[in-house]
Design a protein around this ligand. Structure first.
Ligand code: BGC
Length: 763
């Protein structure tokens, strides 16, 4: 039986009137509905469903309608308006079996309203704020006719040379897993079928953040124990939360590209984890199997990918070209094709598209007159989330907050650069709608103080680097060089600074520097900006650094010379307002680092939860013949979980409800948090565990719980955590998740280093 909207379409009724009809009984039985559809499909129609096409990039718009009507496309991405999507859906519905397509896009940290980048969202340590960002993204994207987002991006990254560190949520499996779950739930809402939901396609499965040397697209070689313990949990959390899609990574894993990896896509993802959604390749990944050297040609690449479990091929035509021949020769079974088609149709079913293919596209009369209208933005939410994402790293002699009086000099190439506020992957965000720091400070100050401004430097004077960054965005070069000489620009900035009471310098990276294909060998702020900072320092005026960047940078000079440092990542559409809120004390900073900041590139990797060794370096003890670098202080410059406030928070009275935990038992940990400072504020209490002795080497400590707590000035509160045996479990040498009896140390702190300790025994 045909769905009602199709009968209606054939009878010439309008789609909207049909969508309102009650659905047919078969339509409400997903397996039966899909099975009956597959039965009717020709091989070509089935293969058509396995194609995910980038509009504009892979296929000119003129050709697309014909291909859609011929049933040769399953889904598309990179269109962002209902007006663009509607004719494509109508064309798909003209195909023989009238199967709707889905529309996807990279809505990673914002659709039209841009929220802070992943590292910024994670710095909030506030799952409610993160959920708000995800919900707004879903609401805005679905209102533009989108059904799926290629997000969340949950690749654990411990090597800041990797440009995509910016997109992820940092280095810690527990924190990133919590965020992964939160984001999937926020994107998919009550149900992925809801009109204001988008289906989450978690990426990049798997281990993309562990590419060798931080070089994008490179190889990953990792022990199974480490994978399961540290890198796989976030993907699993997203899948357990019901993510409808998985995007497969571009890297190889232990010698086999993820896109041809049967162990990864079948044994782990489907068999062990019970994933029921659709597996998408990343952009062009199937043809890349040839360059990985595991397929001699396109035919072999297609065979490997479909057999491994890639349901849809993104942005290449290999499935279309090669699968018919492979099926005819018997190398690929029709059953294998059907299995992939079932997932594609299944995800469309779950999106509600068989019930109403125009669920998110709506009718033309309701299309927004201006897709970028101010009224479509969620500025208030963006500002509130962005404020929480800012991390105060230094604040000597209470330099911050600044008084709203006198003259403030604002300098730096990032002080007034709208496009850089948005960070990479800014979806349908419009640069001119983002509030720069200059605008944010002007709005905060009104007529109370004077804000003088000078750019002071280009992002970089290295022409090669500028060309590269502009090549990444060749249709819209975004690193625009000031033609003046560096000397002239610095002189102007120094003159502005000399007339001011305090200097605010906005420095760091352009957004393209922390992006896909933007791996770096250095974590330095580019030399052009360093020269500016050195000149500003010489003025003797208080120097506040506002950092904008998508990866931990080398902050040695900054720490030694700046009076205050605020890490703002790329803070989004309302970033300028949010940063001004913190600079002037209208919001008390509460962010904490989700990633360690190393002292130097040579120290990478610098993650806090590293494994124990036989000769550990111990602070204050002679350092020879211990595991360390002899010419540099051991440990990060700023540790995981670190971040200051304008208040002082104190922890005391750590207590355990019992010295022992029974098997399957629980144990309560309590501690008193006091806001001993002069202002209301919030901080995050972090609970780490250390497993003293186990059958395999365990990390020095691991985050197991955290809570963001807001306290009034002077207020104290008891904070309670409940630990269960599950929190003590780890992956042993046989890859089983076990909790072994013995002693555990609880560490509670406001960062991962300064902690209170207490011990208990698991019986
Ligand atoms: C990226 C993915 C992205 C895809 C589609 C690829 O280059 O690796 O993260 O989702 O393009 O835009």
């Amino acid at each position: 039986m045909k769905p009602l909207y199709l009968l209606g379409l054939m009878a010439g009724l309008s789609l909207q009137s049909i969508a309102a009809e009650p659905p047919s009984p078969l339509l409400d039985d997903k397996p039966a509905f899909i099975a009956s559809l597959i039965e009717k499909m020709t091989l070509d129609e089935k293969i058509g469903q396995l194609r995910l096409i980038s509009i504009g990039g892979d296929m000119p718009r003129e050709r697309i309608l014909g291909e859609l009507a011929a049933g040769r496309i399953g889904g598309t991405f990179n269109t962002v308006t209902r007006g663009d999507n509607r004719p494509m859906q109508e064309a798909a519905l003209r195909s023989r079996l009238h199967i709707p397509i889905f529309f996807a896009y990279d809505v990673v940290h914002g659709h039209r309203t841009i929220f802070p980048i992943g590292l910024g969202l994670a710095s909030s340590w506030d799952l409610e704020a993160i959920a708000t960002s995800g919900r707004v993204q879903a609401i805005e994207a679905s209102a533009d006719g989108l059904d799926m987002t290629f997000a969340p991006m949950v690749d654990i990254s411990r090597d800041p040379r990797w440009g995509r560190t910016s997109e992820g949520f940092g280095e810690d499996p527990y924190l990133v897993s919590q965020i992964a779950r939160t984001m999937v739930q926020a994107y998919q809402g009550k149900s992925p079928a809801a009109a204001d939901s988008v289906t989450a396609s978690v990426k990049h499965f798997a281990l993309y953040g562990a590419v060798e040397g931080g070089r994008d697209y490179n190889v990953v070689d990792m022990s199974p124990m480490r994978m399961h313990q540290d890198f796989l949990p976030p993907y699993r959390a997203a899948i357990d939360a019901g993510a409808g899609g998985v995007m497969v990574a571009l890297n190889s894993i232990n010698g086999v590209p993820a896109s041809a990896n049967t162990w990864l896509l079948q044994d782990l993802l489907r068999r062990d984890w019970g994933f029921k959604g659709v597996a998408l390749s990343d952009h062009g990944a199937i043809s890349e199997l040839i360059r990985h050297g595991v397929a001699k040609d396109g035919r072999e690449a297609a065979r490997l990918a479909i057999k491994a479990g890639i349901d849809m091929s993104m942005a290449d035509s290999l499935y279309l070209q090669e699968l018919p021949g492979l099926v005819n020769s018997g190398e690929v079974g029709v059953g294998e094709i059907d299995a992939a088609v079932r997932e594609v149709l299944g995800v469309k079913y779950d999106m509600g598209l068989f019930h109403d293919p125009f669920r998110r596209i709506g009718s033309a009369k309701d299309d927004p007159a201006d897709v970028n209208a101010e009224s479509r933005l969620h500025r208030k939410a963006a500002r509130e989330v962005a404020r929480q994402s800012l991390v105060l790293l230094e604040n000597n002699d209470r330099t911050l907050p600044l008084a709203k009086r006198g003259t403030i000099a604002l300098v730096g190439p990032l002080a007034d650069s709208p496009i850089d506020m948005m960070g990479s992957w800014s979806a349908a965000g419009v640069a001119k709608q983002s509030v720069t720091l200059r605008q944010g400070m002007l709005d905060a100050l009104g007529s109370k103080a004077e804000l003088s401004y000078a750019r002071g430097a280009n992002i970089t004077d290295d022409k090669r680097m500028v060309d590269y960054l502009n090549f990444l965005n060749w249709d819209n070069p975004e690193v625009v060089q000031d033609p003046r000489s560096p000397t002239d620009m610095i002189a102007e900035a120094v003159a502005v600074a000399e007339r001011a009471d305090v200097i605010v310098a906005a420095v760091g990276e352009s957004r393209g520097m922390s992006h896909e294909a933007s791996s770096r060998t250095s974590l330095q702020i580019p030399e052009s900006q360093q020269a500016l900072l050195r000149a500003l320092k010489k003025t003797g005026k208080p120097l506040v650094l506002v950092l904008m960047n998508g990866r931990p940078l080398d902050l040695n000079w900054a720490k030694a010379n700046a009076d205050a440092i605020l890490e703002t990542w790329f803070s989004g559409t309302e970033g300028g307002h949010a940063i001004a809120d913190v600079l002037f004390g209208d919001y008390n900073p509460s962010g904490k680092l989700p990633i360690s900041i190393p002292r130097s590139v040579g120290q990478i990797p610098t993650y806090y939860n590293h494994l124990r060794v036989g000769r550990p370096y111990i602070e204050g003890k002679p350092g020879n013949y211990t595991s360390q670098y002899f010419e540099e202080q051991t440990g990060p410059l700023y540790p995981f979980g670190y971040g200051l406030s304008y208040s002082q928070f104190e922890l005391s009275g750590l207590q355990l409800s019992s010295p022992t935990m029974a098997r399957n038992g629980e144990l309560d940990v309590s501690v008193t948090l006091k806001n001993a400072g002069p202002r209301d504020g919030a901080t995050t209490v972090q609970l780490y565990l250390r497993d003293e002795v186990a059958s395999v080497i365990r990390p020095v400590k691991e985050l197991k719980a955290f809570r963001k707590v807001a306290l009034k000035a002077g207020e104290a509160r008891e904070i309670r955590f409940r630990l269960s045996e599950n929190d003590l479990a780890f992956v042993n040498a046989q890859l089983q998740r076990v909790a072994e009896p013995g002693e555990f140390e609880v560490q509670i702190g406001l960062d991962s280093e300064q902690v209170e300790r207490a011990s208990f025994t698991l019986q």
